[in-house]
Design a protein around this ligand. Sequence first.
Ligand SMILES: Cc1cc2nc3c(=O)[nH]c(=O)nc-3n(C[C@H](O)[C@H](O)[C@H](O)COP(=O)(O)OP(=O)(O)OC[C@H]3O[C@@H](n4cnc5c(N)ncnc54)[C@H](O)[C@@H]3O)c2cc1C
Length: 385
Amino acid sequence: MIDTPVCIVGAGPAGLVASLFLSKYGVKHTIFERKKEIGDKVCGECYDGRLANVLNKLDTNLLPAMLTEQVLQPIEQYQYFNHKGKGLYIDAAKHNAVSRYSTYRKDFDTFLRAEVLKSPYAKLCTGESVNKIVTHTNNIEIITANDSTKSELVIIATGNLSMLANQAKQVSPDHFLLAARGYYRNLNITEPHGFQVYLINKPANGYLFINKLPKGLYTVEMFILKRYASKHGFNAETLLQQVIQQQPQVKNIMANAVLVEKVKGASLPSTANKNQSFSAERVLLAGSSGSGVNPLTGWGVGHAVFQGMCAAEQCVASLQAQAFGADYLQRYDARLKKSLQNDWQKSQQVDFIMRYLHKSTGRFIGYAASNKYLNNIAEKAIIGV
Ligand SMILES: Cc1cc2nc3c(=O)[nH]c(=O)nc-3n(C[C@H](O)[C@H](O)[C@H](O)COP(=O)(O)OP(=O)(O)OC[C@H]3O[C@@H](n4cnc5c(N)ncnc54)[C@H](O)[C@@H]3O)c2cc1C
């Protein structure tokens, strides 16, 4: 006996978008989310253009609504500064190419959740943590503290480091980054809507972002290798303050800054998992429970929503064919790999560069800052024009 054709575990961007696509195709489903309220997730809040493609496939009114309500804002300019403060300026507006959006993460997740709640096909159960998933011959069982639900398929969209994702052979990340994030107002930035990256080399190699969000808020966020931070007993809050103070440009920009929410730390597995498996018998993994994210390439939410869409479409195909076996679901893996392999490869390269060629990257930024040819190459790589 089946209670509902599909269950989704996790109501982050991947799970919510999977739900929206299932509703679009008229498939009944239940979503389990362990938190009662939309959580405060540490995120760079810079989303790649894939997000726009997925939203437009869902409903062409969504992206304009998100822009009008200032849930999303196109990023017009990127700036990359080396340790000496030399800067590379990339003007996205000049190319009329929106390759990235900034957002206040809570607003983004809240917007998607409100869309999900409009559908008669979706049942959202919040405050319900899924503890176990058991695959039976004729169904798959989703077990929470209070209940058990049987369905044909489950989409696991539980984010980083999900124990549930091990069901589909999640690859263990080989290293982690420590992120420290603060939300601020009143930064001394007068330039267009932009995203700034500063290479840092004290107390360790890493980088700091300043991302201008809609509604006058800024995310200031830094990343260093977690094992280094743990070894030296660094705490996220003091580390962020220290890095801000020792980078003269950042210090200047933040001279009158007002912290609006307590600085928060997070651990981020920085891998692209090219050998990751995304499916198993009756199971599909979507979002960052499936693939790692590199903060500099920032293909996190863009990939998560794409995977949510593909997982929902795979459910529709499986329900039509009544085929839920691991072999049949391999076509989901194949689709993700075909579409995302290049990005994963680039993420791995950027990860390698940041770990081992940090100094050379700083030198490249220095040369490119005053060399048109190198600047053009960087522009193409970053905006994809
Ligand atoms: C420090 C940091 C910076 C980042 N910067 C960026 C960036 O700039 N741009 C970008 O695009 N991406 C960024 N990311 C990545 C981005 O946050 C993720 O890719 C994105 O959140 C993935 O969405 P998701 O739906 O897969 O997972 P999540 O957003 O993590 O959602 C998973 C949901 O599942 C729920 N859940 C977990 N376990 C259970 C359970 N057992 N039962 C029920 N519910 C459960 C959680 O409560 C959560 O709501 C960053 C990540 C980090 C950590």
